[in-house]
Design a protein around this ligand. Sequence first.
Ligand code: 5SP
Ligand code: FE2
Length: 220
Amino acid sequence: MKYELSPSILAADFNRLGEQIKKVEEAGTRWLHFDVMDGIFVPSISFGMPVLASLKKETSLFMDVHLMITDPGRYVDTFMNNGADMLTVHAEACTHLDRTIAQIKEAGCRAGVALNPATPVSVLEHVLDTVDMVLIMTVNPGFGGQKYIPYCTRKVAVLRNEFDRRGLDTDIQVDGGITTDTLPEVLKAGANIFVAGSAVFKGDITKNAKELLELMEHEA
Ligand SMILES: O=C(CO)[C@@H](O)[C@H](O)COP(=O)(O)O
Ligand SMILES: [Fe+2]
């Protein structure tokens, strides 16, 4: 199983975005998490295609795009053409989840499906074999800097068991409140892709990213 840290730029200083991304890349990360919020599916509004396109020109990091938007199928091709490598949509935001997953894969992107904390893993029963990654939200989506919701660890364990039962080693991503304190527990439960915003970009970015990477490799 491969392990990745995906720093969320939502917590970055946008005045120094390029410089801060360079720091996480030099620290050894390979992924970058890009949170898109539409003010409808979640209360806040973040950033979109032009920002993604301009980052893509400057970095070779794997662009992990988390779409917190209603009816994300409308934007699959646009995000893909602007540099997304992975497109993760919320099950709760898709009227036709099966169709949207197929659309992402046909566009040539890796397909992820996200679940809010209160949504049970069982809603994915019939599509689990078709996705490249499941994102278990460990906070309610919409804002950075929130506290990890402890019951989500159990959801990760249930999902990892189900993948094992099916003979799949599909990626499980966790997002929200991931720190040096919460990462070991959720890694043991079966997560292998860790999104971290505040824990990377607040304070000494190089030191933060290295600490999380070392912990991830040590616990794996
Ligand atoms: O998707 C989201 C929030 O909705 C995240 O990706 C946050 O950006 C994570 O921030 P921290 O909880 O790590 O500060
Ligand atoms: Fe996210």
